[in-house]
Write a protein that binds this ligand. Structure first.
Ligand SMILES: Cc1cc2nc3c(=O)[nH]c(=O)nc-3n(C[C@H](O)[C@H](O)[C@H](O)COP(=O)(O)O)c2cc1C
Length: 405
């Protein structure tokens, strides 16, 4: 992404603060950011904060002689590879949809010859209003790309769609627009599992594990960027849904299994989730008391029973086996040997083995060292950021299928 340039227009919404984080994330990727701050935007974030993060002048005024002398508004709108509006307020969307040019932001948007990405952010009622729906339709018809909004709790206390997409999601959408990928997996459906599962002990306690879900989320995003129709079945994580991926959130292994089966048929299944092997058979309906049932002391005895084996179930399905089934093996010793055994036992095509012993920092960390074990060979990759492991693996999967479907 180094050398790419984004013109970021920050509108006047509470989510303007996320615009600051977006600048940081883009610059980390080598993308230069120039910012226009609307009059209302400057009520939420200061030009000083924006300029400190972009490392550039912040443009605010259409009629500034200095700005026009330095960089005219037409040049400003064209010097970038992509124009991003985040947050795109209801007002800004309305002005864009009507072709107004009454300030620097809308004038630049009307004058640009570059693609435009908007990240709407507003109260749920504003988002659901017929006028906003009409404006959105018009903007899409005019060629604008849209990321979000998400469902969730709003700063105003209401709940529903209208929350601006998270900076990471916007970055993914920006990357996809700046470097469009060949759609090698178009026409194929990919099912990816990610994250931990939670197995309840009682209504307030559960057994879980340290999986962050980062590798699975990155993989789902990478497959979607190659054009696969991608569904991510995720256990509880803090991560935002990757762009162009449909995410189904579950909690227990049994729910994850049911969600995966409901998504079949699929061409590709990749099981990165750290699914609990066991669940508590004698799960309590009421919170267990410290002093034991009836206060007679003693720690409770938990009886564990086996959970469904999701990977083996998919790989050994007689009628609906995906053409390519990939498992992940998190091992803490004899990594390759254990992973080889796991591939045969599960009946999957490939196993991606990684050493998750605490010293590696892989569990929850941002990089991964993996070995790809197939029936024919083993390929070991150096330590790479999880995003790069995902890109490489998605490319390998595309090569496995050859021509698009
Ligand atoms: C505290 C506060 C929060 C606001 N948050 C939003 C918002 O999230 N989304 C939105 O569309 N408008 C929001 N508004 C209204 C906009 O600031 C207003 O419509 C403004 O004219 C938008 O100007 P702009 O689109 O040029 O930035 C908010 C207003 C206030 C006072």
């Amino acid at each position: 992404m180094t050398g790419k340039r984004v013109l970021l227009i920050i509108g006047g919404g509470i989510a303007a603060y996320k615009g600051l984080e977006l600048i940081r994330r883009l610059r980390e990727r080598g993308i230069a950011v120039r910012a226009i701050l609307t009059k209302a935007g400057a009520e939420f974030v200061t030009p000083l904060s924006v300029g400190s993060l972009t490392g550039d002048k912040v443009y605010q005024d259409l009629f500034s002689l200095t700005d026009e002398a330095e960089m005219g508004h037409i040049q400003l709108s064209r010097a970038a590879d992509l124009v991003v509006v985040a947050p795109a307020t209801a007002h800004l969307m309305a002005r864009m949809a009507s072709g107004l040019a009454d300030d620097l932001a809308t004038t630049a948007l009307l004058a640009t010859d570059k693609p435009v990405l908007i990240a709407p952010a507003m109260n749920v009622r504003m988002w659901q209003h017929g006028a906003t729906a009409r404006n959105l339709k018009q903007l899409i018809a005019d060629g604008a790309h849209v990321v979000g909004p998400n469902d969730g709790e709003m700063a105003c206390g209401e709940f529903g769609p209208g929350r601006m997409a998270e900076p990471d999601e916007i970055v993914t959408a920006i990357e996809a627009l700046l470097a469009p990928m060949p759609q090698l997996l178009a026409g194929r459906k990919a099912l990816v599992t990610a994250g931990p599962t939670r197995e309840p002990i009682d209504p307030v306690r559960y057994i879980a594990n340290r999986s962050s879900g980062k590798q699975g989320y990155a993989l789902a995003g990478a497959l979607a960027r190659l054009g696969a129709d991608t569904v991510l079945v995720s256990g509880p994580t803090e991560l935002a849904c990757p762009a162009r991926v449909r995410t189904v959130r579950v909690e227990t292994a049994a729910e994850m299994n049911a969600a995966c089966l409901a998504e079949l048929p699929a061409d590709i299944a990749i099981c990165t989730a750290a699914v609990a092997d066991w669940r508590v058979e004698n799960r309590a309906n009421q919170k267990l008391k410290k002093n034991g049932v009836g206060g007679n002391g003693g720690a409770p005895t938990l009886k564990l029973i086996a959970n469904p084996d999701i990977l083996a179930g998919l790989a050994q399905s007689k009628t609906r086996r995906p053409a390519l089934v990939v498992g992940f093996a998190a091992e803490t010793e004899n990594v390759i040997e254990h992973a080889r055994t796991k591939r045969l036992a599960k009946g999957c095509d490939w196993i991606v083995a990684n050493d998750v012993s605490p010293a590696t920092g892989i569990m929850g960390g941002d990089s991964n060292t993996v070995h790809i074990i197939t029936a024919k060979d083993i390929e070991s990759w150096p330590s790479l950021p999880k995003g790069e492991v995902a890109e490489k693996l998605a490319a390998r999967i595309a090569a496995h299928f050859g021509a698009p479907a």
